[in-house]
Design a protein around this ligand. Structure first.
Ligand code: ADP
Ligand code: MG
Length: 665
């Protein structure tokens, strides 16, 4: 739909930060809540401190400026019962609008003998209206402004395509999308707003379920290699591991064994918090293929992570006589060709690379098991594999702690295994939050760890402009630290602009303790695994999301040593409420599922931890916990509508579209 009409460039930019770039975005901007109804009251009957609405006419207006920072507008307002002085703070410009004779409606409460105004309407009722929507606003765009803008585009709701078939709407008693949008933003009762929300949630869930149904259908009849019972290679693997598998890992292994025994391709999700020990299980699954004369593939979302996986795999593979190869787009042409031919001939038994590359450019001799780590969107994985007659057994891994209800929604067609407890002997990471004035202290603590032979990470601030400027900033910060706080130690810098070979070498050096500190951007978010690293400083932590901080923090606490995470931010007063809530939550708990719930509260439903990865970033209207019944209805409807063509179909296509590889980075 159209971009925003009549909006200044400056405001456009501010709106874009809220994700509002088009008329449709505004129309679909879900109110977080509605102002509850208040009693309309005659001025003469005002009493107590209850919030009420009054309506009347302005008699006269004045402005006072008791200090440089404070202005007070006072307007004498009268109705048929009496008069009162209404008071606004720091809105001096209002005085001009409050001319004698102006009709006005005010919402607020009695304060001493005056009426303290919370919201007001000069013409028409919108601000003080009962059930006025309250939108998620930002520092630069107020709720009032958002209401104005939404109201302005609301007539366009008629032009929003309605994806639901008429018969379905009729059967389920659902309003048209245009009516739903109008009621969403201007309900006459809370009930009306809820009906509207449910209709829009219906759309989302139906699209989601259709996508899943379609995916399940394309899988029908697919055949995989039946791998029988576990053999000698995985037995040896268990011996080679320097530890015993935890009971959760054992359970995961049993589930995988049961799956790959059959010729029906495995479709299993392995869920476990960062550091819970998924990679060990992944390698087990790959080795099940290898011991049967087949190959395995491990697909990671980024090159760093793929390289990291290779480093982890290399050692056990060497002892087992298995050959893994790395496949990333930045390999030199010769290496690349070498790796590919080794996979095509079967000389190499395991491929480790990015999703995009393995899906598009690799031919296997006999692929039987594919592990997909942190897949960012669903629907993308099997496009290619499915075109072939044989489908590998698929193990999807995620560290995104998705509450069960959501997992069922998103991965409705996958079997789910959870690694709930980390390996024994792990101590929960101790997290503290300090303000920038105390960052010197944080670095002193970090240095103490280094002096004791431990290693550390320093995470640089998030810079949104580009990866290049972020990389540059990280390098500068690394140099600065090397000269100042960390002068006595060996500092390396890891960022997304390094060439793969450089990155690999850097990681290998850090792992081999040739470096003490890794100054890094968020590229270390996933996968980096150095148990000797026991402390992390995150600079400007208020700028990161909760999920991101949780992932970052997971880089420490990977050994038996007590680990620490120090979050550094501006003072509590200077950061936003939600940033404060995020940092407080991180200090309070290391439990990913609990943090997911907190994130849910802070950001609203649908904006759940990591849902972007799961592909459901567009679940705006669904309340996963409350809408289970709706989900069930949508699932039934989807089964009927699998073959349906029309706008609904386009929506499914759009939402389940193949991912743009750049999004995987
Ligand atoms: P994840 O992939 O879930 O983030 P990893 O598989 O990378 O976790 O494991 C994190 C760390 O824990 C690694 O250093 C790994 O060697 C170690 N680890 C895994 N399983 C166990 C276990 N059963 N006992 C002790 N350490 C383990
Ligand atoms: Mg991992």
């Amino acid at each position: 739909m159209d971009s925003l009409p009549g909006v200044s460039v400056g405001l456009k930019r501010k709106l874009a930060k809220l994700g509002l770039e088009s008329v449709q975005d505004l129309l679909l901007y879900r109110p977080r809540r509605y102002e509850p109804a208040v009693r309309q009251c005659r001025i003469a009957d005002l009493w107590g401190d209850e919030e009420v609405a009054i309506a009347g006419e302005v008699r006269r207006t004045s402005v006072r400026r008791p200090s440089r920072r404070l202005s007070i507008v006072q307007a004498r307002v009268a109705d048929e019962s009496g008069e009162i002085t209404a008071v606004w703070f720091n809105q001096a410009w209002l005085a001009d609008k409050l001319r004698p004779g102006t009709r006005i409606r005010l919402r607020g409460q009695l304060r001493r003998n005056d009426f303290a105004v919370r919201s007001y309407d000069l013409e028409g009722a919108s601000e003080t209206a009962d059930f006025a929507p309250v939108y998620a606003a930002s520092e630069d765009v107020s709720v009032k402004k958002l209401r104005e803008l939404v109201l302005q585009v609301l007539p366009e709701a008629r032009r929003v395509p309605d994806p639901l078939p008429a018969s379905l709407k009729q059967r389920e008693g659902l309003p048209d999308v245009a009516d739903a949008l109008t009621a969403l933003h201007r309900p006459r009762s809370l009930g009306e707003g809820e009906v509207a929300r449910r209709r829009l949630a219906w759309d989302e869930l139906l699209v989601l379920q259709l996508g899943l149904a379609r995916r399940a259908k394309t899988r029908e009849g697919a055949v995989a290699a039946a791998l029988g019972a576990p053999g000698a290679l995985v037995a040896k693997y268990r011996d080679v591991l320097p530890f015993r598998l935890t009971s959760d890992q054992e359970a995961a292994v049993r589930a995988i064994d049961a799956d790959v025994r059959l010729a029906t391709p495995m479709q299993r999700l392995l869920q476990g918090d960062v550091g819970s020990g998924k990679t060990v299980v992944a390698l087990y699954a790959l080795l099940r293929a290898v011991e049967n004369g087949y190959q395995g593939a491990l697909m990671a979302p980024t090159e760093t992570l793929a390289e990291q996986h290779l480093l982890t795999l290399e050692e056990p593979c060497r002892e087992l006589g298995v050959r893994p190869v790395l496949l990333t787009s930045a390999l030199a042409a010769k290496e690349h060709a070498g790796a590919r031919s080794a996979l095509a001939s079967g000389e190499a038994q395991i491929a480790v690379g990015t999703h995009a590359l393995i899906q598009e450019a690799v031919e296997f001799k006999k692929l039987a098991v594919a592990v997909v780590d942190e897949q960012h969107r669903f629907g993308v994985d099997q496009r290619r594999a499915l075109a072939e007659a044989r489908t590998p057994h698929m193990l999807h891994m995620t560290a995104t702690p998705i509450p069960r209800t959501l997992a069922l929604t998103v991965y409705g067609d996958l079997a789910i295994t959870e690694i709930a407890r980390p390996p024994v002997g792990r101590k929960p990471i101790v997290t503290s939050w300090v303000t920038e004035e105390r960052s010197a202290e944080a670095y002193r603590r970090l240095c103490r760890h280094l002096e004791n032979g431990r290693q550390a990470y320093v995470v640089c601030p998030l810079i949104s402009e580009s990866e290049t400027s972020e990389a540059r900033a990280a390098e500068q910060e690394a140099e600065r630290l090397q000269r100042a706080e960390l002068a006595a130690f060996r500092v390396g810098c890891l960022h997304g602009k390094l060439r793969p070979a450089e990155r690999r070498e850097l990681m290998a050096r850090f792992k081999a303790r040739e470096l003490d500190v890794l100054v890094a951007t968020t590229v270390i978010e996933v996968g980096v695994d150095v148990p000797n690293a026991t402390i992390m400083i995150v600079q400007e932590a208020d700028r990161f999301g909760l999920a991101q901080l949780h992932q970052l923090r997971g880089r420490v606490g990977r050994g038996s040593e007590q680990s620490y995470c120090l979050l550094v931010s501006r003072s509590k007063e200077e950061i936003t409420d939600s940033a404060r809530a995020r940092l407080e939550a991180l200090v309070k708990t290391t439990d990913g599922f609990e943090l997911a719930e907190v994130d849910l509260e802070i950001r609203g439903e649908g904006q759940l931890l990591g849902t972007r990865q799961a592909g459901v970033s567009d679940l705006r209207f669904t309340r996963l916990r409350a809408d289970r019944e709706l989900l069930e209805q949508a699932r039934c409807a989807a089964a009927e509508l699998v073959g349906y063509e029309g706008p609904l179909n386009d929506e499914v296509e759009r939402r389940f579209a193949a991912v743009d590889p750049s999004e995987l980075a």
